[in-house]
Ligand binder design. Sequence first.
Ligand code: PGA
Length: 251
Amino acid sequence: MLADALNVRVFASESEAAAACAALVAAAIREKPSLVLGLPTGRTPLNVYRELVALHRRGQVDFSRVTTFNLDEFLGLAPDDPSSYRAYMERHFFQHVNLAPERIHFFDGSAERAERECVRYDLELATAGGLDLLLLGIGPNGHVAFLEPGESLQAGSHRARLSRESRQAVASLFGDDVWKVPLAALTLGMAALIQARRVILLAFGVNKAAAVTAMVRGPITPVCPASFLQLHGNVEVWVDAEAGRGLDGSR
Ligand code: PGA
């Protein structure tokens, strides 16, 4: 039996995986208080943020020296727009923990020149020394961050056109009106993800099963951007039974 390039760990439930993920983040911060952390948005990491906030309230994790970089932001939205990913992060995480504001890094979706904003972001990430630990979700279409399926992928941060499927998936942030979801986003490129020193990718529920199978067992192809993580060497894929059901049995 061939081994998978990606280490898959199946959890009994989403909440168990989230608690383990928060514990792993807290342990990484205790080991390196100045950890550089890559953070996702979406439904998947919500329980992880809740657990991390709880750990912080119990005095078990101190974020005061941690640096964060979020993966992406909607183009055209200012940081204080309630539908922005920045606002999502404030609501679910930032305002509940003791991160230093100057060490929180985010794309400004309202920046006048997207290209210059992407250069700034990549420079800040390089100056921080890259990501020590990256938490990722995966889209049902195999996207990671907003690297959407297509004919090619970009290494650096860039402006990405959002697929109809991805816009549908985030419509809840826009009053369930898909027409209000921006057509594009600013996103980290594949290089930042591949160069992260450790990656934990979380996927829960049956609608992620096909993407998880393609990522773990499929060819490395921009049709499934997450498949490039097979090249990484230190990625763990944490799933519940439903998201992992395509991986049952030998290959
Ligand atoms: P979700 O999004 O957590 O809302 O399913 C994951 C992703 O698109 O990366």
